[in-house]
Design a protein. Structure first.
Length: 471
């Protein structure tokens, strides 16, 4: 239930985030301040927010969820006045949940204040039960009110203003913030980058930029070994074992990639607004687990499902590196971010869970793409459709990477990933992908062979299968 139909709508490359100062040292992130009032009983937002320290961008849009009704945009600096605004029809990289706004300077140019205030409200449906009041689907970018909580994020859902540089294909969903949240029908408030608090009103602040995922409602939480679980459905002993597993995976990645993991992780357990959806997504340092019953963290302790579910956790943790420590864009951005995260999950599976579990994962991936004919990565010039994207990102690309590792060796594969993560670039496109491989190998003949066989040849998947079948 976690892959095909659900990840298709979650578009989790959206998972592209920032958690550490190290990843954002080159540019100061915008600052978001103000007040947010939420009711989980009414399904409402009432927001008065100001975005400041805005980078100077000529071709931009500001995304905001389409369910939000705007009172006004107001320039606060350099001058104080209400802004005229237009909606962009060329914001083709949005996943559909938001509208894109800009402030016209004249017929050809856009005006972007140094500081802009937004006042807006929104009212959203509440999935109160699974008998009559539920949705057909749930997905990452959904502003999800259920019977006792609100779940929302920024990358897709854009409940708060998201600045987007159209020329550089760069989102600014990670913001520093100083926001007072009020939810009078909640008992617990959580904003990404801060610990949860038992309160109805709280001022959340962070000088480190985060995507503003929020989880507000009536629930308890636990904290063992620096791993928070919000709304846990586990016993205390299971929570302890879960925290140990998380630290094992984090330490594995940090050692192999020679880069420290970014810090503590917070897991949220909640139910979907729909009947059947179940998936995970990450807004570091938050990992959301959405699902009913056995689609929750309990699956980790069921002998029948634990080896199926643990790689999903490893995948989400891998997004600290591919998606947080390093952001990816361009036509291959999502495929690279998700493909390498899934490949890292396979590495955890093989080295920690065992080769038998790993072999089954590879076999399942090959089965999943038996009716899929992917183009070579070198031939992809536009972002694939949702259906194709899932097969590229989670199935065929990890297969290619596993075959490449077998060709170049494990040591060189880790070196390539390290180079991918630490090489500065504006666009993480195909040229960037192969240039980092070439720089890592330092063997032109081997590089040309790998590039041709796995990135250019129409039979690249057949080549990968043949390589993986070799003993």
């Amino acid at each position: 239930m976690f892959r095909k139909q659900d990840i298709k709508i979650t578009f989790s490359f959206f998972i592209i985030l920032l958690f550490s100062l190290q990843a954002n040292a080159q540019e100061k992130s915008p600052l978001l301040t103000g007040k947010v009032n939420i009711s989980i009983k009414e399904g409402t937002f009432d927001c008065d927010l100001t975005l400041s320290d805005i980078p100077r961008i000529e071709d931009y849009v500001i995304r905001l969820n389409s369910g939000m009704n705007i009172l006004h945009f107001k320039s606060k600096k350099p001058n104080d006045f209400v802004l005229a605004y237009e909606k962009s029809t060329t914001d083709s990289t949005s996943t559909g949940e938001s509208l894109a706004y800009y402030f016209p300077k004249n017929k050809k140019e856009k005006f972007l204040p140094q500081s802009v205030q937004l006042k807006y409200t929104g009212k959203f449906p509440i999935a109160k039960d699974t008998i009559e009041n539920y949705t057909k689907d749930d997905w990452r970018g959904n502003i999800a009110f259920n019977y006792n909580s609100l779940r929302a994020e920024g990358s897709q859902g854009a409940w708060y203003p998201i600045l987007f540089d159209m020329a550089k294909d760069k989102k600014y969903e990670e913001v520093r913030y100083d926001i007072e949240f009020t939810c009078n029908d909640c008992s617990t408030l959580y904003v990404n980058g801060n610990p949860p608090v038992k309160a109805k009103n709280y001022r959340f602040q962070s000088d480190v930029p985060y995507e503003l995922a929020v989880f507000l409602g009536n629930y308890d939480y636990s904290n063992i070994s620096n791993t928070y679980i919000l709304n846990p459905q586990l016993t205390r002993e299971q929570i302890k074992q879960f925290s140990e597993m998380i630290n094992t995976y984090k330490n594995y990645y940090a050692e192999k990639l020679e880069t420290p993991f970014g810090g503590p992780v917070t897991f949220v357990e909640t139910t979907p607004t729909s009947l059947k959806n179940g998936w995970l997504f990450v807004s570091y340092p938050t990992i959301m687990n959405i699902g009913w019953g056995e689609n929750g963290l309990k699956s980790l302790f069921n002998p029948k499902t634990q080896n199926w579910f643990k790689p999903f956790i490893a995948h989400e943790l891998a997004h600290y590196y591919f998606g947080t420590y390093k952001q990816f864009n361009s036509e291959l951005g999502g495929i690279i971010s998700e493909g390498f995260s899934e490949f890292l999950s396979l590495k955890v599976t093989k080295d920690i869970l065992g080769k038998e579990v790993y072999d089954k994962k590879i076999k399942d991936k090959l089965k999943n793409i038996k009716d899929f004919t992917p183009m070579p990565l070198s031939a992809i010039k536009t972002k694939p459709s949702d259906d194709d994207y899932i097969d590229y990102a989670y199935e065929s690309t990890p297969i290619l990477l596993a075959a490449i590792e077998k060709e170049i060796g494990e040591k060189q594969m880790w070196k390539w990933m390290d180079t991918l993560l630490k090489t500065p670039t504006v666009f993480t496109n195909y040229a960037f992908l192969v240039s980092t491989l070439k720089a890592s190998l330092k063997d032109d003949k081997k590089f040309e062979s790998v590039k041709t066989r796995y990135f250019e040849d129409k039979k690249h998947i057949e080549h990968a299968m043949q390589t993986l079948e070799k003993q």
